[in-house]
Design a protein around this ligand. Structure first.
Ligand code: 3PG
Length: 305
């Protein structure tokens, strides 16, 4: 059995060593394709793979078609919008994620970005504090929960909106559950995005929603680029000179954002939220264990297609 780790953005070495140990203990072989620059390299590496571990790497119908022996793809992380679930299903390929394994890393980066934003990107000018500010957590999944835990330490007032998570679960954490995105944005000084990229959520973070936020608002995005309406955020920041946007996912219009809003906008050059040794170890080893278990016992826990 060949288990391929295909990561454009590589895991820390310690995580790769851990994945290798799991795979070899099961009697399987590990193949590593890191920092690849062309899809052709992925197609070639996948051709004889029985299982693939990926991060944000694109597994489309062409990759699935090329991987004739493929049985399972595990996205070492939370979001699986980079995998063609239907093509996989048609080909009899199981797709899983590793929910929660990198959530703390992403949540910590939310605060790294927020402190940077409210202190004016460390330019020396007087900024503001997070303490007593109202934080809106848009979707209360694993990352949202970790954001709430950390925000308590900053002394923030916590609100959340999640279309699927029951209010009782949110409120059990001492977070006020609101019943619409509109009411969350209207109430909160800072909103942190944690919704997945789906047909329903794409471009849903738009002018109308963001303009509800109070004076001095900050939006932080460690989720997905696709959920933000990029044209409308430009219009909003042109009219709302108090508004700041910090993101861990390089927008399609980064050059324009940088040029127009240098003092109120920041993006990491490459998504860094889950890029810690701990998150790499947690998600990478969970992925390896899920593959071994699936192949040896047929366990389909965490299947998403
Ligand atoms: C996720 O969905 O798990 C995060 O966005 C992290 O993605 P990455 O593994 O590409 O860093």
């Amino acid at each position: 059995m060949k288990i391929l780790v295909a990561t454009d953005k590589p895991f820390a070495k310690i995580a790769v060593d851990g994945i290798r140990a799991e795979v070899e203990a099961a009697g399987f072989t590990l193949a590593l394709l890191e920092k690849y620059t062309e899809k052709r390299q992925l197609l070639e590496a996948a051709a004889d793979a029985d299982a693939i571990i990926i991060r944000s790497d694109i597994i489309d119908a062409e990759v699935i078609e090329a991987a004739k022996k493929l049985k399972i793809v595990v996205r070492a992380g939370a979001g699986y919008d980079n995998v063609d679930l239907e093509a996989a299903k048609k080909a009899g390929v199981c797709v899983m994620n590793t929910p929660g394994q990198n959530a703390n890393a992403v949540a910590e980066l939310v605060f790294g970005l927020l402190v940077f934003a409210v202190r004016n990107f460390y330019n020396g000018a007087s900024g503001t504090e997070l303490k007593s500010k109202k934080l809106g957590i848009h979707a209360y999944g694993n990352v949202g929960r970790n954001v709430a835990r950390i925000a308590k330490g900053f002394g923030m007032e916590l609100y959340a909106y999640d279309a699927f998570c029951p209010a009782s679960i949110i409120e059990a954490d001492g977070v006020k559950a609101l019943d619409s995105a509109e009411s969350l944005y209207a109430a909160c000084d800072v909103v942190s995005l944690h919704i997945p990229a789906t047909a329903e959520t794409k471009k849903s973070i738009n002018y109308a929603l963001l303009d509800k936020m109070p004076e001095g608002a900050v939006l932080v995005n460690t989720a997905r680029k696709e959920i933000v309406n990029e044209e409308e955020i430009v219009t909003l920041m042109e009219t709302r000179r108090d508004f700041k946007y910090v993101t861990d996912i390089l927008p399609g219009n980064h050059a324009e954002m940088q040029e127009k809003f240098a003092a109120r906008y920041f993006s990491t050059p490459k998504k860094m939220g889950a890029q810690t040794s701990e998150a790499n170890i947690n998600a990478g080893i969970a992925a390896a264990k899920q593959i071994v278990d699936f192949i040896k016992t047929g366990n389909e826990r965490f299947r998403v297609n």
